[in-house]
Design a protein around this ligand. Structure first.
Ligand code: PEP
Ligand code: MG
Length: 755
């Protein structure tokens, strides 16, 4: 009979003895390959280890020419070994040489072996090497043998990760374990942060890999699965989803997977190979992660994510809570690393020690990104496999401007970033000096610079930037970071605190802009084909007036006796504005009847961000108390290009003649009726874009606090009359130029305007 001699449990126990023996690392590897070959009745067993340069080096062999050890290397993707490393999947062949990827290495003498079985050495889904067995005769390897070799590979992964093979690496050929990694992601929050990694959800450390008693391990696994299922069932059935902060859909999916027979069978099978229950869960999880990383279908990727989450729960049940760093006890210079994170979780950490944030998920408009920006924490999102590649304590650099992460950087890279950070600090100092100076152009035109905010943590930014107030307070952030729907009293308390912090400076509160991508975990989700074009913002407010009324009441009460500005998002017609204003009026009357002190002066304004409003400008400018342009949405809708979709988001330039002419119409219509107009989208906040907007006639902007310095530096060097003249000419497009960016940049260079 072919197959494992004495069963897989025996192999694991022998392997453990070899691991524990006090012998040199090379000797240990040599003995391991002999043991594996013997147990799996193979003539060859070889270990290839992934080097820092991405190639795979033969570290030990039984059966092939020993001289080839540490000499034979395969480049990434080369040969069968390279193929296994790049696919992260086992490969069993009864005629290896017939495979198109077979690559002949004369020094190994492997030409006489026909059958081949190779498995990736995986840890946390990352490939660390390849383990191979070969046989002379053509044979089919059984599932049990594949399983057994994978389990053995897991032990090797732990050995490599523990640094056991480091001393065997030749100079310049070090193992890809502590290798520096340059992670490319998406810029979420500007700034450069240097520090050491703290994993938001540390991996559960598994110390006991090999089972003493496999039957007992099956029992432990069954019990843990039962416990996990019960807790998920309870969460779903209690209906109290909000309380847990988990979305109902996620829990339903969890429940489905928790009963998934295929997944559970896989774990049972692995336990049967002789691993402990927790090691089995981790092995299956590592395979899942490897698949997840190579999965391009977003739906399947998401499902694999769910399975990964579930495996984490199971591990915690089996091993107990992971030993994390206490949130209040963060080390100095902490760089937080997480797969995903809710905004509330970020707020739980001690801001004073946080230098950066790295996420595997999370786009620029995600809630966590908004909070990171508010807190001034440099952040990068969509860094593939960050939590598997980064170990707690690793040196990390977060470049929130470029959207890049340097993991375990080389000293020269670190120095370059230190320089970059110093340069930024110097610039900040210069902006700091500008703080005391007025926002006036060279030719004496006053420009109003306000900041965008949404949380109480934003409020110190007014003082830090000497801003003229808050031009956009995104009230949905309170809703997004909360575990439950904020009560009217809670809303009122926030608005009162904001007004108090702003002292006598104006604050413009925007009513709830939810829906679309802004999903509240505790609100029933409406499935829509095109959520950005769907039931959102003022549309929800008009359809569910109770929600809008409660919010308006909270604002009116908080604004008792002082000036108050309320702004309505996503208004598409003047009629919508009228209906919303009617609701506000009714609330005013109600409060007056109750004897509540009304605001001294109430202004109700409109966000101009839906293109249909461009064709009702005379009406809306006459009736609204003020206009504020949401360029983020306006550009998305003008160009029909989803602001969340990386493929199209940056495809169209707001500095084209089309969008600039649209923006000019708005400022002209506002001037005709004397309606104040500002820009609160991200276009106003970028120096060159803001320069162009000033050239069109805009005089008021609301932007992120970090943009105030650069914009002020720009405008103080600007001659608006000259720019106006130049822009009128450009927009007439006498030479057929339709993108004005190069011309605007040339103007800035010519007149030494820093943009
Ligand atoms: C906008 O659309 O430009 C805007 C300011 O609002 P938000 O980014 O919150 O949609
Ligand atoms: Mg908007």
């Amino acid at each position: 009979m072919r197959g494992a001699l004495g069963g897989p449990g025996v192999l694991l126990r022998r392997l453990r003895e070899v691991m524990a023996a006090s012998i040199s690392p090379q000797e240990r590897l040599d003995r391991l390959v002999v043991l594996i070959a013997g147990n799996l009745v193979a003539e060859v067993c070889s270990v290839y280890v992934l080097r820092e340069d991405g190639s795979l080096e033969l570290y030990a062999t039984e059966g092939l020419n020993r001289e080839a050890v540490h000499l034979t290397t395969m480049r990434a993707g080369e040969g069968l070994v390279g193929l296994i490393a790049s696919e992260a999947e086992p490969l069993a062949l009864s005629d290896a040489q017939a495979h198109p990827s077979f690559s002949y290495r004369p020094e190994t003498g492997e030409e006489v072996y026909r059958s081949f079985l190779g498995v990736p050495i995986l840890r946390g889904g990352a490939v660390m090497g390849v383990l191979v067995i070969q046989n002379r005769a053509s044979r089919l390897y059984s599932e049990e043998e594949v399983e057994s070799l994978q389990t053995t590979a897991m032990l090797m992964a732990e050995m490599i990760a523990a640094g056991g093979l480091k001393s065997l690496a030749a100079p310049g050929a070090s193992i890809g374990l502590d290798r520096p990694i340059h992670g490319i992601g998406v810029a979420l929050a500007d700034g450069v942060g240097l520090g050491h990694a703290v994993l938001h959800e540390p991996r559960v450390a598994i110390t006991n890999l090999i089972a003493e008693n496999p039957a007992a391990e099956v029992g432990r696994l069954e019990a843990a699965i039962g416990e996990m299922r019960a807790s998920i069932d309870e969460l779903v059935e209690r209906g109290d989803v909000a309380h847990t902060g988990e979305h109902r859909d996620v829990l339903e999916t969890f429940r489905m997977f928790a009963h998934d027979q295929g997944w559970l069978r896989r774990m049972r099978e692995v336990v049967m190979t002789g691993l402990t229950a927790e090691a089995a869960v981790e092995r299956v999880q590592s395979d899942t992660r490897a698949k997840m990383l190579r999965q391009t279908d977003p739906y399947l990727r998401e499902r694999l994510h769910d399975l990964d989450d579930l495996a984490n729960r199971l591990l915690r049940t089996l091993v107990g809570k992971a030993n994390g760093v206490a949130r209040e006890n963060l080390p100095e210079n902490a760089i937080l690393v997480a797969r995903s994170m809710g905004p509330a979780a970020l707020l739980d950490y001690d801001r004073a020690h946080l230098r950066g944030l790295v996420l595997e998920e999370g786009g620029p408009t995600s809630h966590i990104a908004i909070v990171a920006r508010a807190l001034g924490i440099p952040a990068v999102g969509e860094v593939v496999n960050a939590t598997a590649l980064i170990e707690g304590g690793d040196a990390i650099i977060v470049d929130g401007q470029a959207g890049e992460v340097q993991i375990r950087p080389q000293p020269d890279v670190e120095n370059a970033y230190k320089d970059k950070a110093r340069l930024r600090a110097r610039k900040q100092k210069q902006y700091q000096k500008l703080k005391e100076l007025p926002a006036v152009t060279r030719d004496g035109v006053d420009i109003t610079l306000q900041i965008n905010a949404g949380l109480i943590v934003d409020m110190p930014n007014i003082e830090a930037t000497a801003a003229a107030g808050i031009g956009l307070f995104r009230t949905e952030l309170q809703f997004m970071v909360a575990q439950h729907m904020p009560t009217t009293a809670e809303q009122q308390a926030l608005y009162a605190a904001v007004l108090e912090a702003a002292a006598d400076l104006p604050v413009t509160f925007r009513t709830l802009d939810i829906g679309g991508d802004k999903v509240l975990p505790y609100m029933e989700r409406v499935e829509e084909e095109n959520p950005a074009l769907g039931w959102r913002a003022i549309r929800i407010g008009l359809d569910k007036p109770r929600l809008l009324r409660a919010q308006v009441r909270a604002m009116l009460r908080a604004g008792a006796g002082r000036d108050l500005k309320i702004m309505l998002p996503m208004v598409a017609t003047t009629d919508e504005f009228r209906r919303a204003r009617m609701i506000i009026r009714r609330e005013q009357v109600m409060l007056e009847k109750q004897g509540v002190t009304p605001p001294r002066d109430l202004r109700v304004g409109v966000m101009v961000e839906v293109p249909s409003l461009l064709f009702e400008l005379p009406e809306i400018a006459r009736e609204a108390d003020f206009l504020s342009i949401g360029t983020n949405d306006l550009m998305q809708f003008l160009f029909a290009a989803d602001r969340e979709n990386k493929r199209v988001a940056d495809r169209f330039d707001p500095l084209g003649v089309g969008p600039l002419r649209a923006l000019r119409r708005i400022v002209e219509a506002a001037a005709e009726t004397g309606c104040p107009v500002t820009v609160c989208g991200e276009m106003g906040g970028k120096p060159l874009e803001t320069m162009a907007l000033i050239g069109l006639g805009y005089r008021g902007f609301s932007m992120s606090a970090a943009s105030i310095g650069p914009v002020k530096a720009m405008l103080r060097a600007l001659d608006t009359a000259k720019l106006r003249e130049r822009m009128d000419w450009m927009l007439a497009s006498p030479e057929g130029v339709t993108n004005l960016r190069p011309q605007l940049a040339a103007f800035a260079t010519e007149f030494k305007v820093p943009v």
